[in-house]
Design a protein around this ligand. Structure first.
Ligand SMILES: CC(C)(COP(=O)(O)OP(=O)(O)OC[C@H]1O[C@@H](n2cnc3c(N)ncnc32)[C@H](O)[C@@H]1OP(=O)(O)O)[C@@H](O)C(=O)NCCC(=O)NCCS
Length: 365
């Protein structure tokens, strides 16, 4: 497709996949701090080699202005999502574009939407898909975003709105300061769970491999009606999480057990900014953003039948207490839907406050 000097291309070769995967370096490497992509993983996904690819029809597009790559997106039909929700919703993942490329972004999104329409989709979402896509920030543009989240340029909102998308969901990111006072309260929360017959065990205590499967099963059940989620399989989660077995993830992640059965699970990570973020030389992160002092709870779920008994709070409290024992003075409670009040109340009861805001976009055809 041609529009003046802009060319939209469906890509299919390894070289092009690499160009596609490297575009974020062009967009973010001028920042003080950012999370670079895992090029190898992304190329595997584009090439259909990732385990999750079996559930997807995925088509990556690039937008070129003359010979310069200026924007990219992948259009996805996610069969598992559509079966689970009985919807025909396409997803636009991997969206990135240089600032000032309104025309190219519009042509790119148009082409990707057409691809979804041709496959019978009735709408498109960008900004949330299990294991595939995360929402767009609407504040803190110059800060290092929380782990897994993007610090997209502000022009992305203009690009989506000009392509007739609207905000579908708002999401918030919380941070708790791990003060001595709150740590005392956390211990009381864990004790209260124990007194009620619920053991809070770390994944290391429970057995890391067994805990991964518990996480998958509890999450599939707890998130069954959670907006945006689709079921995931033990087979795909194991290779994703098993490499973390020797890390602090095993001490920070939790399983709640009652009468011998798992009833809740938490997945948490230590501060990964030292290992995975890219920092301009001389830049020091604020302690609440990283630099070794910000752990993060990424995911929390309690089975329906065990809710509102303080179990979610107790799992998070033990996770945060363990973070403090490892010199982390802040804990993230990452990504909660604006209207998920059980989770927001859980975060607030842990002393966390909203420190970041995000949105996902949708366009119905
Ligand atoms: C969010 C979730 C983990 C909370 O677990 P839980 O064990 O039920 O929560 P707790 O009993 O520990 O309650 C913690 C706080 O949340 C409040 N809360 C719990 N359920 C609530 C509800 N349905 N409505 C309003 N507040 C609720 C509690 O009152 C408590 O706050 P308080 O101390 O101010 O009274 C659970 O609801 C869940 O698994 N939901 C589905 C998956 C999900 O949304 N996960 C979070 C994604 S961000």
């Amino acid at each position: 497709m041609c529009a003046q000097t802009i060319r939209i291309e469906r890509i299919g070769t390894r070289d092009r996949f690499e160009d596609f995967a490297r575009l974020p370096f062009e967009i973010y490497s001028g920042r003080d701090a950012w999370w670079p992509p895992d090029i190898h993983n992304e190329v595997d996904l584009l090439a259909g080699r990732a385990l999750i690819a079996a559930h997807l029809d995925l088509c990556p597009f690039c937008a070129w202005r003359d010979s310069k790559l200026v924007a990219r997106v992948s259009a996805v039909v996610n069969y598992r999502y559509n079966e689970h929700w009985n919807e025909k919703l396409g997803q636009l993942i991997h969206f990135e574009a240089l600032p000032g490329e309104d025309e190219a972004a519009a042509a790119l999104l148009d082409e990707a939407v057409n691809w979804l329409m041709q496959r019978g989709m009735r709408g498109a979402r960008s900004g949330f898909a299990a294991f595939l896509d995360y929402p767009y920030n609407i504040d803190n543009y110059s800060e290092l975003p929380s782990f897994l989240l993007r610090g997209n340029p502000d022009c992305y909102h203009r690009y989506f709105k000009n392509a007739h998308f609207q905000t579908e969901k708002g999401q918030v990111d919380y941070t708790a300061a791990l003060t001595p006072q709150i740590l005392t309260r956390y211990r009381q929360m864990v004790d209260a769970a124990h007194r009620s017959g619920v053991a809070i065990r770390s994944w290391r205590e429970y057995g890391f491999l067994a805990a991964i499967d518990v996480w998958t099963d509890v999450t599939n059940s707890a998130f069954a009606r959670h907006w945006g989620w689709n079921p995931v399989s033990r087979e795909e989660v194991r290779p994703m999480l098993l490499p973390l077995a020797g890390t602090l993830v095993g001490d920070l992640s939790m399983v709640a057990v009652e009468a011998g059965s798992p009833i809740g699970a938490v997945f948490s990570v230590p501060d990964l900014s030292g290992m995975l973020a890219q920092l301009r030389s001389g830049v020091r992160l604020k302690p609440e953003r990283g630099g070794g002092t910000r752990g993060a709870l990424i995911n929390i779920g309690v089975l329906d039948t065990a809710r509102s008994r303080g179990i979610g709070r107790a799992m998070a409290a033990r996770s945060f207490t363990t973070m403090a024992e490892h010199r982390m003075s802040y804990a993230g409670y990452t990504l909660v839907l604006d209207d998920n009040w059980p989770s927001r109340r859980t975060a607030e009861s842990l002393g966390a406050r909203v420190t970041g805001n995000f949105v996902s976009y949708r366009r119905d055809f």
